[in-house]
Ligand binder design. Structure first.
Ligand SMILES: NC(=O)C1=CN([C@@H]2O[C@H](COP(=O)(O)OP(=O)(O)OC[C@H]3O[C@@H](n4cnc5c(N)ncnc54)[C@H](OP(=O)(O)O)[C@@H]3O)[C@@H](O)[C@H]2O)C=CC1
Ligand SMILES: CC(C)(CO)C(=O)C(=O)O
Length: 311
């Protein structure tokens, strides 16, 4: 199976690295100093599950130099999807599957509009990784998990084949989902509130969940995302609110979300695709989202200063 990792950062570098380590034919789409370092010295992964190096690693900035592959794993930031989808066309042949692992609930639609819905299997991942230096990925926490599935929940042969090949990646649990849209929104119930309140308070999750004031904000924000999911028509059970809080209560005190880390470091972030998307969907479906609106609007000035054009 030929796999292309579009965006060889924290997520793409890790999962692509593990697939390459298992002997699967992986090409990384990367750019700049990161690409140069991967080509010169390989892709280095420092992981709580054991360090490894992919060397030589197949990597390029030019999808047209790769041509059609069996699977494209999309691992760029949410605000980079539209441009990436354009460049991705060269990787997509009649049988190619495109699996986004990004946070948020919109990437699969953008890809489907650009590449054709028949190519896209919505997906998600859980782990804590980042680029430490060009060519060097760090897996700092969480058991690596990835899930994907057909939008209609069928366990298609093509999806089963990908799941079977991906399960060769060491230490990665791969889940072929019968309800990927529910899983996406359940993750969104966690990540949009945590990212927004984490970035606004500049505090780790342990502090946010311990103080009654910020705990209440977090719970209200999670309920807003739940209400929006229901209004959109995604079957999420109310128990998901409790489960999300239980997950948050089990996180290490110092935990931060990736969008929060970007904002705290003054980098462009997924603000528009996380709390911003909750607000947009709320407006469309007439669901009040006051906490997400507060976090989104309060963080907008900094997002602009980080150089990001926003709608
Ligand atoms: N990191 C984490 O722990 C987790 C992240 N996620 C989600 O996964 C997604 C990816 O996050 P993460 O891996 O942290 O992001 P990173 O910024 O670490 O990685 C994205 C990579 O994609 C590259 N890229 C983007 N567009 C292109 C392009 N057109 N050509 C070549 N390279 C490109 C970026 O390069 P450049 O920097 O030059 O733009 C960057 O190296 C996000 O949606 C995030 O929310 C989900 C779970 C956990
Ligand atoms: C939930 C978490 C922390 C890990 O998957 C994440 O998705 C992120 O930091 O963006």
């Amino acid at each position: 199976m030929k796999v292309c990792i579009f965006g060889a950062g924290g997520v793409g570098g890790y999962f692509g690295g593990r697939l390459a380590q298992a002997g699967i034919d992986v090409t990384f789409i990367a750019r700049g100093a990161h690409l140069d370092a991967i080509l010169a010295d390989g892709l280095h992964v420092k992981s709580i599950d054991g360090d490894f190096v992919v060397h030589p690693a197949k990597a390029t900035a030019l999808p047209e130099a790769v041509g059609p592959v069996d699977v494209v794993l999309c691992c760029m930031k949410s605000w980079q999807v539209t441009e990436a989808a354009d460049q991705m066309r060269a990787l997509v042949g009649p049988q190619t599957l495109v699996i986004p692992l990004l946070n948020g609930v919109e990437a699969h639609d953008i890809l489907a509009r650009s590449l054709g819905a028949e190519h896209v299997l919505p997906g998600l991942c859980k782990l804590i990784t980042m680029i430490d230096n060009p060519g060097h990925i760090r897996h700092a926490g969480a058991a690596p998990y990835l899930a994907f599935g057909e939008v209609d929940g069928r366990l298609s042969q093509r999806a089963q084949h990908v799941a079977q090949v991906f399960s060769e990646a060491r230490g990665v649990s791969v889940h072929l989902s019968r309800n990927i849209m529910t899983q996406l929104w359940r993750k969104f119930m966690l990540i949009a509130p945590w990212s927004g309140i984490g970035a606004l308070t500049r505090s780790p999750i342990g502090a946010i969940r311990s103080l009654p004031e910020t705990r209440a904000m977090l719970m209200d924000s999670i309920r807003e995302v739940y209400d929006v999911a229901r209004a959109v028509g995604v079957p999420v059970e109310e128990k998901a609110i409790e489960d999300t809080m239980a997950f948050i209560d089990a996180l290490p005190f110092e935990g931060t979300a990736s969008m929060q880390r970007d904002i705290m470091a003054g980098r462009p972030s997924e603000l528009n695709e996380q709390p911003g998307a909750v607000v947009r969907h709320g407006e469309k479906y007439n669901v009040p989202t006051p906490v997400n609106r507060l976090t989104y609007h309060s963080l907008l000035p900094q997002e602009h200063m980080a150089g990001k054009k926003l709608p």
